[in-house]
Design a binder for this molecule. Structure first.
Ligand SMILES: Nc1ncnc2c1ncn2[C@@H]1O[C@H](COP(=O)(O)OP(=O)(O)O)[C@@H](O)[C@H]1O
Ligand SMILES: [Mg+2]
Length: 349
C-alpha cells in the first residue's frame, strides 16, 4: 500500500524535506512518528512523510503527487495550535482520502474536556465534578467546592499545564492556578474535584467491533505529592504531571513507572472494559483510543479523560497493552490501517 505519514512540526519546512526514522527520533524528538515509519517500512509498504505546519496546499499537492491509499494521521497541531487538530481529518475527509484514527467529530468533542464530560454525564458515566473558569471571565469565587480541587487546561494534552501546583487545597489556590492557565495557554481552565485513586489506562481498538486491551497502570513510586505536606506519605495525592510522564530522569529518581495494572478487585477488568467501550462510542471515537480512569479505594471508577489518537510509540501504554495480549507492534499498526480502510465502507460515506 502507498501510505503517507502525516505529522506536525512547529516550524516552516523546506519544500520536499523528508524525514528518516533516525531524524524523527533524534532531531525532531518524535518517537511515535519514528516507530510508525520504521514499522510501515518493515511491513513492506511504500511510505512517504509529510510534515505539516501552516501550509494546507502542501497536503493537497502531496495527495496529487504521491496518491496515497491511506494517510497515517499523526498530526496534533496546525499553526502549532492544538485546537486545529480536528481540522486535519476534516481536510482529509474533504479530500476523500482514508486516514487512520479519529474523525473530526471525536477530536472536537474530546478536546473540549468540559464538553466531553457533559456528554458522558448525560449517559451516566461517572466523571469528576467540575466548573469552568472562562478566560474572558475568570472565576472570582468558588465557595462550595470539595477540596482538594484539581485545576487543568481545558484543551491541552500530554499533561501540558499539569504540575504539582495543579492540586489546589482552597479557593485562593484554585483561582491563582486558573489565572495562570488562562495566561499561559490563552484558554479556559477546568476546576475539577480531585479524584483520589489508582490511575488506569484502557486501550481500545476498532471502529464498530471493539477490542479493549488489558488495563495499564501508572505506579507513582515515591513521586512528590501535589500536597505541600506530607511530601512522601504513601497516601498523599499523586498524579501524572508532565514531568512524571515524560522526564526519564525524574521518573527514575522517584521510581515512577507504567506497566500492566496490578491486581484488581474481582470482576473489575470486565467492568472497565465495558466502560471503555461505552465511553469510546459516546464520544464517536474510531480507529483507536485510550480511556483514562481512576479507581477509588471504594471501588468507584471515574473517567478522567478520553483520548482519540493516543500516543502510539512502541513503548507507550497503548502499544504495550496490545502486546500483553499478543498483538505485536507490526500487527497493531496493520490493524490500525485496516480500520482506516474499513471505515470507507462502514462510515458515513
Ligand atoms: N480530576 C482529577 N483528579 C485526579 N487527578 C487528575 C484529575 N484530572 C487529571 N488528573 C491527573 O492529571 C493527569 C493529566 O490530566 P488529563 O486530564 O489526562 O490531561 P492530559 O490531556 O494532559 O493528559 C491525569 O493523568 C491524572 O493523573
Ligand atoms: Mg491524559
Amino acid at each position: 500500500m502507498r501510505i503517507l505519514v502525516l505529522f506536525d512540526v512547529h516550524r516552516r519546512i523546506a519544500k520536499g524535506e523528508t524525514f528518516s526514522v533516525r531524524s524523527l527520533r533524534t532531531e525532531e524528538e518524535k518517537p511515535t512518528e519514528a516507530d510508525v515509519l520504521a514499522c510501515l517500512r518493515k511491513l513492506g509498504h511504500e511510505v512517504e512523510t509529510l510534515a505539516v505546519f501552516d501550509d494546507v496546499k502542501a497536503v493537497l499537492e502531496e495527495r496529487d503527487a504521491f496518491k496515497p491509499d491511506v494517510v497515517f494521521n499523526l498530526c496534533e497541531t496546525f499553526f502549532s495550535d492544538r485546537a486545529h487538530e480536528p481540522n486535519i481529518p476534516a481536510l482529509l475527509e474533504l479530500m476523500k482520502v482514508p486516514y487512520t484514527g479519529a474523525g473530526p467529530d471525536a477530536l472536537m468533542l474530546c478536546k473540549d474536556k468540559a464538553l466531553a464530560k457533559k456528554l458522558l454525564s448525560f449517559h451516566r458515566v461517572r466523571v469528576a465534578r467540575f466548573v469552568v473558569s472562562a478566560r474572558e471571565r475568570p472565576l472570582r469565587h468558588l465557595k462550595r467546592f470539595s477540596y482538594p480541587a484539581f485545576v487543568k487546561p481545558i484543551g491541552e494534552e500530554a499533561s501540558d499545564g499539569i504540575a504539582l501546583a495543579s492540586l489546589a487545597k482552597n479557593e485562593e489556590e484554585v483561582l491563582e492556578r486558573a489565572r495562570f492557565l488562562h495566561e499561559r495557554f490563552e484558554s479556559d481552565a477546568l476546576v475539577e474535584e480531585y479524584v483520589d485513586g489508582r490511575e488506569l489506562y484502557l486501550g481500545v481498538l476498532g471502529n464498530k467491533r471493539l477490542t479493549v486491551f488489558p488495563p495499564r497502570e501508572i505506579f507513582f513510586g515515591q513521586a512528590p505529592s501535589g500536597a505541600a505536606e506530607p511530601q512522601s506519605a504513601d497516601d498523599a495525592p499523586k498524579f501524572a504531571t508532565a514531568k512524571a510522564k515524560w522526564d526519564e530522569g525524574y521518573r527514575k529518581k522517584w521510581k515512577i513507572r507504567n506497566g500492566p495494572a496490578g491486581p484488581l478487585p474481582q470482576g473489575m477488568e470486565r467492568r472497565l472494559a465495558e466502560l471503555a467501550r461505552r465511553v469510546y462510542r459516546i464520544l464517536n471515537i474510531r480507529g483507536l483510543g485510550r480511556i483514562d480512569v481512576r479507581l477509588t479505594a471504594s471501588g468507584d471508577v471515574v473517567v478522567i479523560e478520553a483520548n482519540p489518537n493516543p500516543s502510539l510509540a512502541k513503548d507507550d501504554d497503548f502499544a504495550q497493552a496490545a502486546a500483553q495480549v499478543g498483538i505485536g507492534y507490526e500487527a497493531l499498526i496493520q490493524k490500525i490501517l485496516e480500520n482506516a480502510l474499513r471505515w470507507k465502507t462502514e462510515g458515513p460515506g
